[in-house]
Design a protein around this ligand. Structure first.
Ligand code: HPA
Ligand code: ZN
Length: 334
């Protein structure tokens, strides 16, 4: 099974670039930038990754991101992730980045973008991996800060395909960002949002109706509302599900209790993603393997996760056709 997964072409649609910061690189950057971190070695950092819920993770995740200072740091972070994509046969990836995590520390929006885009361009040229960038607003911050961030993105409009919404879901519902998202749509951005990860299924409905999202990030709480599940199936609204993230953050107590395979078999368009792989114990192949080993998934079911992600991606029609062809060729060869 693992061999089938390793060779399977993959598309990742839910990855926070700051969440791919491995402890070794965290140490290297801390040293390079003269920043104190409260750990003495990478193993100690890993030992601290024991989360009880989303917030307990976010506190550590924002702390880790403080070692990112220069364009070179953002380049190194992104290049390391793209090499992991190559290793896991990820052919296309859509990355979230959290500008406010950096601009609030005095790092310019341009510094972040310059580092990210240099690595992504190199990955396309040297590794053949295509990508898109999604700007995420931190939902625990206010509307004014999100508007300011949207303004800072203006010179980079061509490099950013969509805006998204992440961070603490409980207490920060989609309607808090209704006006920012309306402005983003007006400026020509697509929209996505984390919804129904820890928060109620009504956040999924509101993200669709108020924020006009093209797909939902996580969305696993949809199972609490059968009418919503019917809508997701009917309208083929894609959920970017993150299995290892959900078990690490106790959204599900174990992988066996995860709803992803049930949703797939009901006809919901679900995909498999790694979310914050450096914190949750694995990249794409590990997430696929965790699902495959907990459920009796067939090769065709595993391939369907990729097919769903291709259809829900923001790449060109031509690239989608190429990715489908690649997938079909692999399935036929097995
Ligand atoms: N949920 C919300 N915010 C996040 C996540 C997540 O899984 N990862 C990084 N920021
Ligand atoms: Zn996420």
């Amino acid at each position: 099974m693992y061999q089938f997964i390793a060779g399977l072409p993959k598309v990742e649609l839910h990855l926070h670039i700051e969440g791919s910061l491995e402890p070794e690189l965290m140490f290297e950057l801390a040293q390079r930038n003269g920043i104190d971190i409260p750990f003495s070695n990478p193993e100690e950092v890993r030992g601290a990754y024991d989360f009880s819920n989303l917030q307990s993770f976010l506190d550590i995740y924002y702390q880790g991101a403080q070692v990112l200072i220069s364009k070179r740091d953002f380049y190194d972070l992104t290049w390391a992730y793209m090499l992991r994509c190559k290793a896991d046969n990820v052919l296309h990836t859509e990355l979230f980045f959290d500008p406010q995590t950096h601009t609030d520390r005095g790092i310019s929006f341009d510094t972040v973008m310059e580092g990210l885009t240099q690595a992504l361009l190199q990955a396309e040229l040297e590794l053949g991996i295509t990508s898109q960038l999604i700007l995420c607003f931190l939902r625990h911050l206010d509307e004014a800060s999100a508007f300011e961030t949207l303004q800072q993105a203006k010179p980079w409009k061509q490099e950013i395909v969509a805006v998204g919404l992440d961070s603490s879901e409980i207490g920060h519902p989609p309607e808090k960002f209704a006006r920012v998202f309306a402005e983003a749509v007006k400026q020509g951005y697509l929209t996505v949002a984390h919804a129904g990860e820890e928060g109620p299924s009504s956040n999924i409905t509101d993200a669709l109706d108020i924020l006009k999202v093209s797909r939902i990030d996580h969305g696993v709480r949809c199972v609490d509302d059968p009418q919503l599940v019917s809508r997701l199936i009917e309208q083929q609204i894609h959920l970017t599900v993150c299995p290892l993230s959900n078990t690490k953050l106790k959204v599900f107590q174990s992988m066996e209790q995860h709803s992803i395979v049930d949703l797939l078999r009901q006809g919901v368009s679900v995909g498999i993603n790694s979310d914050d792989p450096a914190y949750f114990g694995g990249y794409m192949n590990d997430n696929f393997a965790a699902v495959a080993s907990s459920f009796h998934t067939s090769h065709l079911e595993l391939a369907k996760f990729t097919a769903n992600a291709i259809d829900a991606s923001f790449c060109s029609i031509a690239r989608k056709a190429e990715l489908h062809q690649n997938l079909q060729h692999y399935v036929d060869s097995q």
